[in-house]
Write a protein that binds this ligand. Structure first.
Ligand code: ZN
Length: 469
């Protein structure tokens, strides 16, 4: 019998719906619930519940529009629905809904080499926003593996049959480190499509549109045609001048768009008359041209348009190529970074995070949305340890236990006030925990009794719900 009990009265795991029970809860009470997947205390503010979307699936697992915690609670109580996932909180209806009406849900993807942002927007509301930390240690661990293998070749080890006929690379082969990142990015989008009726996906491919930008350099369209064009030119100039001051070459300081032949001397707003300079250089140059200022090479370089400077990265190509086959009949479109930046800063007025970038990507130009109050944080982790043999002659088959003192690898835990995941376990019961956000070592050799379980790893990642600050 499903019963809604307050946190303090929760006895067995699964008897409450933590994602829904967003009433006032103190941290200490939450931590005592054994095995429960805890909604972070911050999500339960004393003033009331934060609006957390509850994702709804039809009986055939097709996603419907999300609902409110209140309605979900009623459905669960009346046994009209069952829980399928706790983070993000997802329920499945037991009988066919009266209507399958769905809004035009658009998904924005901010790809990156370390972090991916994903957001879903519909009807001026953010329905879902998440950040995915990708695995960055694959190259390193493969180097380790190669070293071990080389060592083994020089030792007297047991006989292994030769393997030489299985080394052919398929045409769509990607380096393992990139493959992992590309796959995780694709998976992040598929995950959204599993809980929301996605109608459109938009991926940011580069910071500016090379072709559109080359045309004005040649044909001479001026850059101050509209606010958005200014953003476009700026991104273009950043790439063209290598994010440095064209005169002193310093990087990492605010750069200004600078006219090589000053306006006052008849210089135009054309891109071929523009460069980037720091404030000091810009002021000391004054009314002089770059040549008079002592930099004829800047003047010469400005005239050459940037050709194919920004390649669409391998990961992005993979993502755009793979998504159509996985998301049936969902159009995949592309956008550029300058548009994202403009929308995020000027229309949405949101700070720089990967998930807000994704929100900006999902939005139409000029659209404003209500940002979500929570965001989901995924951290991609290995699915296991792959060492098969150990011993000086590689003679022992590794048969490590799945659980040590009841804990698995990569479980999400709370330790010393931080959220981390278990990265190493010793049979003695001493564990090491790494930070869930940065992947840095939090504590080493901590007793397993000091850990508080938050969630278990599933499908190669751990999830954590955060409150937007
Ligand atoms: Zn300078």
């Amino acid at each position: 019998m499903f019963k809604f009990v307050p946190w303090s009265a929760a006895s067995a795991p699964g008897s409450t719906t933590p994602g829904l029970n967003v009433r006032e809860v103190s941290d200490s009470v939450q931590e005592k619930v054994p095995g429960a997947i805890i909604v972070e205390g911050k999500a339960c503010t004393p003033k009331g519940a934060l609006h957390v979307n509850v994702y709804v699936l039809a009986p055939d697992k097709k996603p419907l529009m999300p609902t409110t915690p209140r309605r979900a609670r009623v459905w669960l109580k009346q046994k009209q629905a069952r829980i399928v996932n706790r983070t993000p909180f997802t329920i499945q209806l037991r009988s066919e809904p009266s209507s399958r009406y769905a809004q035009h849900v658009r998904v924005g993807v901010d790809t990156g080499s370390k972090t991916v942002g994903v957001a879903a927007v519909a009807h001026s509301k953010v329905l879902y926003q998440a950040e995915i930390s990708l695995r960055t240690e694959i190259r390193q661990s493969m180097d380790h593996r190669r070293q071990y293998r080389r060592e083994r070749r020089n030792r007297h080890t047991r006989y292994r049959p030769v393997r030489f006929n299985n080394r052919k690379r398929s045409s769509d082969w990607l380096a393992p480190s990139l493959r992992s990142k590309a796959d995780s990015t694709v998976r992040a989008v598929v995950q959204v499509a599993a809980i929301l009726p996605v109608k459109q996906v938009r991926v940011e491919v580069a910071s500016f549109d090379t072709q559109q930008m080359q045309a004005p350099e040649i044909s001479g369209i001026e850059y101050q045609q509209g606010e958005l064009a200014g953003y476009h030119v700026r991104e273009y100039l950043l790439a063209k001048w290598g994010r440095k001051c064209a005169y002193c070459g310093r990087a990492g300081l605010p750069l200004e768009v600078e006219h090589i032949v000053p306006r006052i001397r008849g210089g135009t707003h054309r891109v071929s008359n523009l460069t980037l300079a720091c404030k000091t250089c810009n002021q000391s140059k004054g009314k002089r041209t770059a040549e008079e200022f002592g930099y004829p090479e800047v003047q010469a370089r400005a005239l050459k348009p940037l050709r194919d400077a920004v390649h669409v990265s391998i990961i992005k190509t993979w993502v755009i190529g793979t998504l159509p086959s996985l998301l049936d009949q969902v159009p995949i479109s592309t956008t550029y970074g300058y548009e994202t930046k403009y929308k995020r800063l000027k229309r949405l007025e949101l700070p720089k995070t990967h998930y807000f970038d994704a929100v900006a990507i999902a939005c139409e130009l000029g659209e404003t949305v209500v940002p979500g109050k929570v965001w989901y944080q995924y951290r991609c982790v290995a699915r296991g340890r792959y060492q098969l043999y150990n011993g000086s002659r590689s003679e022992h088959k590794v048969s490590g236990p799945k659980k040590v003192c009841g804990w698995k690898l990569f479980e999400l835990v709370k330790v010393n006030g931080h959220v981390g995941y278990i990265s190493g376990r010793r049979v003695s019961g001493r564990f090491s925990v790494k930070d869930a956000v940065t992947g840095k070592l939090l504590v080493d050799g901590i007793g397993h009794k000091k850990l508080v379980r938050l969630a278990r790893a599933a499908h190669g990642s751990i999830v954590h719900m955060n409150v937007v600050q």
